[in-house]
Design a protein around this ligand. Structure first.
Ligand code: GLY
Length: 344
């Protein structure tokens, strides 16, 4: 049961901690801004993705180029939840969602995209070459092909085929909130347990500040494993899976997309930072909002937010323990465990 007293206590604490300079984690003390770039991204896959972004940032490249190159690393890697090697929908097709946003409110997005290796790059092309923000399905694929992106073979990876065959034994479709067997409470979006016992990510969201002090972000995923055909989550939705306001900060989300969308999650976090909350406090407030909306069902889902403000201060917060994010700056490169609503 979600503990109501804990909820009220935490809300009060969040308000106080968020509005004062007391008890800030070390990462929030960082003063970055010009000449001191930073990249952060969700889950342990973020370590490799950040290296890709750093190749751009360390050469005084733009945050926009960095967040595209960074998540392309994950889109190319073998994993359950991002890129063409990921788990399929319940009809056996891998469908991808992605978006990108720069420091001037330019943004692009693709959803329900099939057979294209780098949806984030197609999202960027939507942003730069069309009058639109979002293209979906066959239209997005046609646009990608017209732009020269190769149409890849429609074939599941070995891991995805195995996972799909296993799922087909029961073919049970649970709404994403329900996955009682998953003790980590993440729901079927994964983070999935790998053969080596480690937990994999479900989405990569990345935000970066370049040496000029400009912010950009990207987010890319295959969405929920064995989802209904046509289902789209938060990751390609500007304001839900990602939001960037160069005057204030940037935020990205991971976890159950439906519950991120209903609170306009990333945009809401940025708006709280605009009001003066530090990134962790802002992420926590929106996690609390989701917990309040979901009530008892909150324990069955995972949602996490990861944010950076204009000073380069970083924070994150999740419903469940286990969410971690990768950070890279001139001074450090590491994984950080986020605080969480449950079991803290
Ligand atoms: N956050 C990924 C999804 O819900 O699709």
């Amino acid at each position: 049961m979600i503990n109501r007293r804990k909820f009220i206590h935490a809300s009060v604490f969040t308000s106080l901690a968020g509005l004062t300079n007391k008890r800030l984690p070390a990462i929030q003390d960082r003063q970055a801004v010009k000449g001191n770039p930073i990249v952060i991204s969700t889950w342990d896959a973020g370590l490799e993705a950040n290296k890709g972004a750093w190749e751009v940032l360390s050469k005084n490249g733009t945050a926009l180029d960095a967040v595209e190159k960074g998540v392309m690393v994950t889109e190319s890697s073998k994993n359950c939840c991002v890129g063409l090697g990921a788990n399929p929908d319940r009809d056996g097709f891998v469908t991808l969602d992605s978006c990108i946003m720069d420091h001037q409110f330019n943004c692009g997005s693709v959803a329900f995209l099939e057979r294209i290796k780098h949806p984030v790059s197609v999202a960027r092309r939507v942003m730069e070459k069309t009058p639109h923000v979002m293209l979906v399905g066959i239209g997005a694929q046609q646009f990608a092909v017209a732009e020269g992106f190769p149409l890849e073979e429609q074939k599941l990876s070995e891991d995805a085929q195995r996972a799909y065959d296993n799922w087909l034994k029961k073919s049970e479709y649970h709404p994403p909130a329900v996955n009682v067997e998953n003790k980590q409470g993440h729901g079927p979006f994964a983070p999935a347990k790998l053969d080596n016992g480690e937990w994999n990510h479900d989405t990569i969201g990345m935000v970066a500040m370049d040496a000029m002090g400009n912010l950009s972000g990207s987010c890319t995923t295959s969405g929920a494993g064995f989802k209904m055909r046509g289902r789209v989550g938060d990751s390609p939705i500007i304001g839900a899976g990602l939001f960037v306001d160069n005057e204030v900060g940037a935020c990205t989300a991971t976890g159950q997309g439906e519950d991120v969308i209903r609170v306009a999650g990333s945009h809401s976090v940025v708006e709280l930072m605009r009001q003066g909350l530090f990134p962790e406090a802002a992420c926590k407030k929106i996690v609390e909002r989701i917990v309040k909306i979901k009530g008892e069902k909150a324990k069955d889902i995972q949602v996490a937010f990861l944010a950076v403000n204009k000073k380069g201060q970083v924070g994150a917060y999740a419903i469940h323990p286990g969410f971690e994010y990768a950070i890279k700056t001139n001074e450090m490169e590491k994984l950080v465990k986020a605080k969480s609503w449950l079991n803290t």
